[in-house]
Design a protein around this ligand. Structure first.
Ligand code: EPU
Length: 437
């Protein structure tokens, strides 16, 4: 455990097939952005189906630090931005979100002081695209140690071409350009389902945004109204339960699975020979019927295989027959979990040579390709969770393994899936106990 990590551990008795049905929470990577977008509004916004997870507590802290009013009742959040009068976010807990507040704070106060982004350590994660884009929109940006100081009386529309379709940079431009003066053309933007939903929300507030493939045209609007919005189901959580059913040889019905958003996962399920069935808007996944086959995964931007899906899928591939490859092309350092998987009995190598096709990390020495030799029977052991998605992979591996596992660093799971995760898993038959120390 790292020195300053909060204590707490899960003890898991693995080896039981998980069986039952599960309801997905609202998407973390949409709810947090809708909260920031609400700061642009001039009237209260109500967000429904907001997941009860640590990430939302962090973003609530950011909203409060701006002086805006926020109220939470279970999965409903109301944000009233009319009292927003602070631009200094130096004291907030920093994840990937404060930098996205640049546009709303500049619009409302003409200034913003933002901490350098924190979040999971899964690569270098610079914010150069964000800063270049904000500068093009007319912000004066200055770095002062760990903080960014931004000023602008009014942002102005600009032509922005992203070097890579970054999720965060696309969202930042959308948020900043919505109330800028004139027209912004954003090229090579990301088109993840959560971003398209953020665009719909902004349009419901009164924004004018059009999109053709990866190009967004944003016509600035001075004043936005308010809106009520329901957060779509979390497609990363959906894949976690798919992987859980497959890896534990169980059977799980995922209610309201948000099937369109996991469309890009279905070729993987077909290639490994997984048994699944669409039942209306639900998905039934059976891990108890067939031997799974090895395959090759290359992660990518939407509509590709989401980088956050590779970790739970790696557990599935450990149980599949043959040699599988995972080529991670979005983040350069997302295989930290492999060390623990090896301790559990998995046979995995991580190398830097691109396979099967070169990506932008080619020749840079990043350990971004994993080869999994399956099948292996995992056995329980002590595990150190490293980040949200790797943490979920650890959890699935522990539930699939024979024997007892102790998971340290569970604050990562609390941030991404909430403490309600334990209850969901228990209902599926998992033996999982939480200790706070
Ligand atoms: N990049 C740059 N410069 C930038 C911005 C990005 O070089 O200014 C690079 C990154 O270093 C990375 C690539 O572009 O190599 C993609 O990064 P992106 O900006 O798309 O990722 P993000 O916005 O930081 C979000 C999610 C991640 C998810 C990725 C990819 C949030 C809060 N985070 O990160 O989710 O993996 O998009 O879909 O939305 C998670 O939920 O656990 C998580 C890590």
């Amino acid at each position: 455990m790292a020195l300053h990590d909060p204590p707490g551990r899960y003890v898991i008795e693995g080896g039981q097939p998980l069986v039952g049905s599960v309801r997905l929470s609202g998407a973390k990577n949409l709810a947090n952005k809708l909260m920031i977008a609400s700061l642009l509004a001039s009237k209260p916004c109500t967000l429904q189906n907001v997941p009860e997870i640590g990430e939302i507590d962090i973003v609530s802290g950011i909203i409060q630090a701006t002086g805006a009013h926020i109220e939470r009742r279970a999965e409903t959040l109301t944000i009233d931005p009319q009292s927003l009068n602070q631009f200094d976010l130096r004291q907030v807990t920093s994840n990937r979100i404060p930098i996205l507040a640049a546009g709303p704070l500049l619009r409302k106060t003409g200034r913003a002081i933002l901490p350098a982004p924190g979040g999971d350590r899964i690569g270098l994660r610079p914010i150069d695209f964000h800063l270049d884009a904000l500068t093009k929109l007319g912000a004066h940006v200055e770095q002062q140690g760990r903080f960014y100081v931004l000023r602008a009386d009014r942002l102005r529309g600009a032509m922005i071409q992203l070097p890579f379709p970054s999720v965060g940079a696309t969202e930042n431009v959308l948020l900043a350009a919505t109330t800028a003066e004139g027209v912004t053309e954003l090229r090579n933007g990301a088109i993840e389902p959560e971003i398209l939903e953020l665009v719909r929300f902004l349009c419901a507030l009164g924004a004018r945004i059009e999109r053709t493939e990866r190009t967004y045209v944003i016509t600035g609007t001075r004043e936005l109204g308010g809106a009520d919005w329901t957060v779509m189901p979390d497609r990363i959580e959906a894949v976690s339960y798919i992987a859980l059913a497959l890896a534990t040889r169980g059977e799980i019905l995922i209610e309201q699975a948000g099937l369109a958003a996991i469309d890009a996962y279905r070729p993987f399920l077909d290639e490994i020979g997984a048994n699944y069935e669409l039942q209306g808007s639900d998905l039934r996944i059976r891990g108890n019927h067939r031997q799974l086959r090895a395959t090759t995964i290359t992660t990518g931007v939407h509509p590709g295989f989401l980088s956050d899906w590779q970790q739970p899928s790696a557990v599935v591939l450990v149980t599949a027959t043959g040699d599988s490859t995972i080529h991670e092309t979005v983040f350069e350092d997302r295989f930290g979990y492999v060390r623990d998987f090896r301790h559990m009995g998995a046979m995995i190598e991580v190398t830097s040579g691109c396979s099967p096709v070169p990506c932008r990390f080619d020749g840079k020495g990043h350990a971004h390709v994993a080869t999994i030799h399956g099948p292996s029977q995992l056995h329980g052991t002590e595990l150190e969770l490293l980040d949200i998605r790797a943490g979920m992979a650890h959890l699935i591996a522990a539930l699939a393994a024979q024997g007892t596992s102790v998971l340290h660093g569970i604050h990562h799971l609390d941030r991404g899936y909430g403490t309600g995760l334990q209850e969901k898993l228990t209902r599926l038959g998992a033996s999982i106990t939480r200790f706070e120390h």
